[in-house]
Design a protein around this ligand. Structure first.
Ligand code: ADP
Ligand code: MG
Length: 535
């Protein structure tokens, strides 16, 4: 049996509308972000029209005002932007997913900076119905010989347009707040949402007679116009009462994607002390999220600051974000910038770099472990400190120990201590032979050592207490010991019975006369295994 039929699936707008309202955004509070950013767009557009001579009237004060009336249960967002005629409302508002912003950018794209316009999905306005049972738009277009109009809609597919009155150019969006959303009729709640999303919008936003935003955040300015003071002040603005950051990187690209931002290196000594402060993600100065997991490489999530990019797709699922080409490019750009900045600091001020390495080291090592490209850049300035607190780069260290610490098979051995106090006996015994011992004692160092061994040629890293020093660096030289062969046998047996642990080895055969007569060690491999199982 064959059956074949082709056709179109039909969509009833009445059915799709509630779905858009409910599921477009998971967070109801973002209705305010959407409406305020539309008002900002409208203000930017009239500025643009004036600049290119398409609008000859007075621009006046271009503030966006947010007001609420608890009795009347309304929230009103007003702007002095370009406004809309009845026809434009029908075109831009009644057609879901038709963006007037995109159309505007298309139309004027040769005439300057289209980056200034926020909207482009043509869906934002409808988020109003997540909290409102009815929405009114009262608008007066900037165009001559047009009348103010009022559009009203209760969230069904029916609307009404009537004549209205309005003083001057611009738009008021009036939300008649639904019973289940009265939380948004509280001053602190509105302030909270504005602070979260609108803090850096490029047009002044006024609420309760106060301007709540900083329209010109420093990340949008040119680095050459900024002083250290400016960067520190902005950090304070982002994270009040935090300790000063160590240094920062100003990100600024416009090809092959748009991205600006400032990343600060905070003071952190170890991963466990990870701060609550997070990198904030913006798109055209509108706050989007502080979950930057897919945009910023994981090892850089320890940094603070802001990233602003209109090229990061918003309102899409995580898996899509991970697969997005721009996001991947942004990721590697940020990695490269951070790596380069660290390299510059190292070159410009080695002593300062060494002083900060306690803090920086965590990023650098984490980055080298997790990202091959970062490893390639950072291997030239990643520092190693020995137990005498002297710093070396990887190359410097290789040279430093080359002569003394090459064993009879031609392999170089780096000795390290994971606990300088606890392993002091072993450290002293290594030093006595002219060997150097590194200090690798942070939470990350186990992984760091494994990674280094996989990268370095003919080089082993051995913990200073992993065996007798003669076995760690075997130069084939016999050492006199204090005990006779039969004494060794007896002592070894006694120790082994007491320890009763087959992963540990009792060494008597190669202890020099002036040192401890017996050494109990655990083979490097066995130790790493048991360390792993404890993690
Ligand atoms: P988008 O902002 O992504 O274009 P929206 O659904 O938020 O989509 O808005 C749809 C369109 O309605 C806008 O592109 C704009 O043309 C128009 N619009 C919305 N709010 C205003 C406003 N306050 N002033 C002028 N036009 C507006
Ligand atoms: Mg919008």
């Amino acid at each position: 049996m064959t059956m074949q039929e082709k056709g179109n699936i039909s969509i009833h707008t009445e059915n799709i509308f509630p779905i858009i309202k409910k599921f477009l955004y998971s967070d109801h509070e973002i209705f305010l972000r959407e409406l305020v950013s539309n008002a900002v767009d409208a203000s930017q557009k009239i500025k643009r029209l004036a600049a290119i001579g398409e609008y000859a009237g007075e621009l006046g004060e271009l503030k966006v005002k947010v007001a609420f009336d608890k009795e009347a249960k309304t929230i009103t967002i007003s702007d002095a932007g370009l406004g809309m005629t009845a026809d434009e409302i029908k075109k831009y508002i009644n057609q879901i997913a038709f963006s007037g912003a995109t159309e505007f950018v298309e139309k004027y794209k040769d005439k300057g900076d289209e980056k200034a316009i926020i909207g482009h999905f043509g869906l934002g306005f409808y988020s109003a119905f997540m909290v409102a049972e009815r929405v009114d738009i009262i608008s007066q277009s900037y165009q001559e010989n047009t009348q103010p109009v009022k559009w009203t809609c209760d969230g069904s597919t029916e609307f009404e347009i009537t004549e209205a009155t309005r003083e001057g150019r611009g738009t008021d969006i009036v939300l008649h707040v639904a019973e289940d959303s009265v939380e948004f009729l509280e001053e602190f709640r509105i302030k909270q949402v504005l602070d979260k999303y609108c803090k850096f919008l490029p047009i002044e936003i006024e609420f309760q007679e106060k301007v709540i935003n900083n329209p010109t955040p420093i990340w949008a300015k040119s680095p050459s116009d900024l002083t250290d003071e400016d960067y520190l002040k902005f950090y304070e603005e982002l994270y009040p009462y935090s300790e000063k950051p160590l240094f920062w990187i100003h990100l600024n690209v416009d090809y092959p994607f748009n991205l600006t931002g400032i990343l600060y290196f905070p003071k952190v000594k170890n991963e466990l002390q990870l701060s609550r402060e997070k990198i904030q993600l913006y798109s055209r100065q509108v706050f989007i999220t502080d979950e930057v997991k897919d945009v910023v490489p994981e090892f850089l999530m320890l940094l603070h600051g802001v990233i602003d990019s209109p090229d990061i797709p918003l309102n899409v699922s995580r898996s899509f974000l991970q697969a997005d080409g721009n996001v991947k490019k942004i990721n590697s750009y940020i990695t490269k910038k951070v790596a380069d900045k660290l390299g510059e600091l190292f070159k410009a001020d080695r002593v300062g770099f060494e002083e900060k390495f306690d803090n920086i080291g965590l990023f650098v090592k984490y980055g080298m472990i997790s990202d091959d490209k970062f490893y390639e850049r950072a291997k030239d300035y990643c520092l190693f400190q020995n137990v005498d607190n002297k710093f070396f780069t990887l190359n410097e260290y290789a040279e430093f120990v080359q002569e003394n610490q090459t064993d009879k098979d031609g392999n170089v051995t780096y000795l390290y201590a994971s606990d300088v106090k606890g392993q002091d006996g072993f450290i002293q015994s290594a030093k006595k032979r002219g060997y150097d011992v590194l200090k690798l004692d942070t939470v990350l160092d186990n992984h760091f050592i494994n990674m280094l061994e996989s990268k370095l040629v003919k080089t082993n890293l051995k913990r200073v207490d992993a065996d007798t020093i003669e076995k760690l660096i075997d130069k084939g030289i016999a050492v006199d010991t204090i005990l006779s062969d039969s004494e060794k046998e007896t002592v070894k047996k006694v120790f082994e019975e007491v320890i009763n642990d087959t992963t540990k080895v009792v060494n008597l055969e190669a202890m020099p006369a002036d040192e401890m007569p017996a050494l109990i060690t655990q083979n490097e491999f066995m130790r790493r295994m048991s360390d792993m199982s404890r993690m």
